[in-house]
Design a protein. Structure first.
Length: 167
């Protein structure tokens, strides 16, 4: 049974990668609308997660789902840093200009350092753990290289790494 599961998972990942590549090519290749097999069959919903005019995704960093099925998508885009969707792909909120107040970096600094995101349920509470890359343009102070823990609203609770004081 486990070999079958691994085969299905592998097939799913290969097909998902091909579909993503097709979408990335901007219409030069047709993405399959259905992929996978058996219990791991999926249908692509091209309208899920659409951003409003003027907003666009940058390089993808992470996607996590909380216990209420809200989907947090982070990307290296100055106008869609963090987008939170409901399970049907409707935008619940975006954090763009707010990243300065939440994380201490302006939009361009967030874009330069954003990396990973992890969701964790600890007791009765849920948290997000964020990781950053390092950006140090010549002659500018080093930014990034932090790991920080937030609540689901983005309030920093603890941080380690390139910070004045670790908590």
């Amino acid at each position: 049974m486990s070999d079958q599961y691994l085969f299905n998972r592998r097939t799913f990942l290969q097909t998902a990668a091909a579909a993503t590549a097709g979408l990335t090519l901007g219409g030069t290749a047709q993405a399959a609308t259905k992929f996978g097999e058996g219990k791991m069959s999926f249908t692509l919903d091209e309208n899920w997660g659409k951003l409003p005019a003027g907003m666009n995704y940058g390089l993808g960093c992470a996607v996590v789902v909380d216990s209420k099925d809200r989907i947090y998508v982070t990307s290296r885009s100055p106008n869609a840093c963090v987008v939170i969707f409901d399970r049907d792909g409707k935008i619940l909120e975006t954090w763009t200009k707010e990243v300065k107040d939440k994380f201490g970096y302006d939009q361009q600094q967030y874009v330069a350092t954003a990396h990973g995101l992890y969701w964790s349920k600890e007791g009765d509470h849920e948290f997000l753990y964020w990781t950053e890359n390092v950006d140090a343009p010549k002659g500018k102070p080093r930014i990034g290289a932090r790991v920080y823990k937030t609540d689901l609203t983005g309030k920093i609770l603890h941080q380690i790494g390139n910070v004045e004081k670790e908590s």
